[in-house]
Ligand binder design. Structure first.
Ligand SMILES: [Ca+2]
Length: 198
């Protein structure tokens, strides 16, 4: 009988431990994306951080002291922040750490040299194409079934470089394919899309 009771006790302990591991919720904060994920020197950027378990977020820490930020509001899935970029901040990628209620999570913020703007919706067809003057950097979001049209001038023999940087949020964005048309006539299509993860 003693052996049986000990065996029963062991089983209870093992089962209890297994149930405890399954039921423990993951509370460590995770950053899935920042938007916009950069800005120009000498500006302030209203940046949203998307992720999970972000409740209680109370601060942003940049390794580079020429960047600073503060949290405006926080929910488990989104943190609204305001980032200040000093006029002499070095261009390039900078680490930023979000201090949330159950830990911290790291993201990346790009200081650029081009004039930046947010896309203006609706821009889903040629008649609503946004006019661009180069150099330019456009921050935008693509959702299911979304298209973004832009209009620009180009001269014969001119070389234009388009750098499309995409980050998948919640697996919505899988591929990004730019298409260039001359007015309404297809001129050339090329593939330059690449995906990355935050
Ligand atoms: Ca659009």
């Amino acid at each position: 009988m003693i052996t049986v009771r000990r065996l029963a006790t062991c089983l209870l302990v093992i089962v209890g431990s297994a149930v405890g591991e399954v039921m423990a919720p993951p509370i460590w904060p995770q950053i899935q994306g920042l938007f916009p994920r950069g800005g120009q020197p000498g500006t302030e950027v209203a940046m949203k951080i998307k992720g999970r378990n972000l409740q209680g977020a109370k601060g942003l820490l940049f390794k580079n002291r020429k960047l600073s930020g503060r949290v405006l509001s926080a929910t488990p899935y989104e943190v609204k922040t305001l980032v200040t970029i000093a006029g002499d901040a070095e261009p390039g990628r900078h680490d930023v750490r979000l201090i949330a209620g159950h830990g911290t999570a790291i993201g990346y913020f790009d200081v650029g040299t081009c004039a930046e703007r947010l896309e203006k919706e609706p821009n889903n067809d040629v008649s609503h194409a946004e006019v661009l003057a180069f150099p330019a950097l456009v921050n935008g979001l693509l959702t299911a079934g979304d298209y973004d049209y832009y209009r620009f001038e180009a001269r014969a023999g001119q070389v234009l470089t388009f750098d499309l940087y995409s980050v998948s949020l919640n697996h919505i964005l899988t591929d990004l394919f730019p298409v260039i048309r001359r007015q309404s006539t297809p001129l050339r299509q090329f593939i330059a899309g690449r995906n990355s993860t935050p």
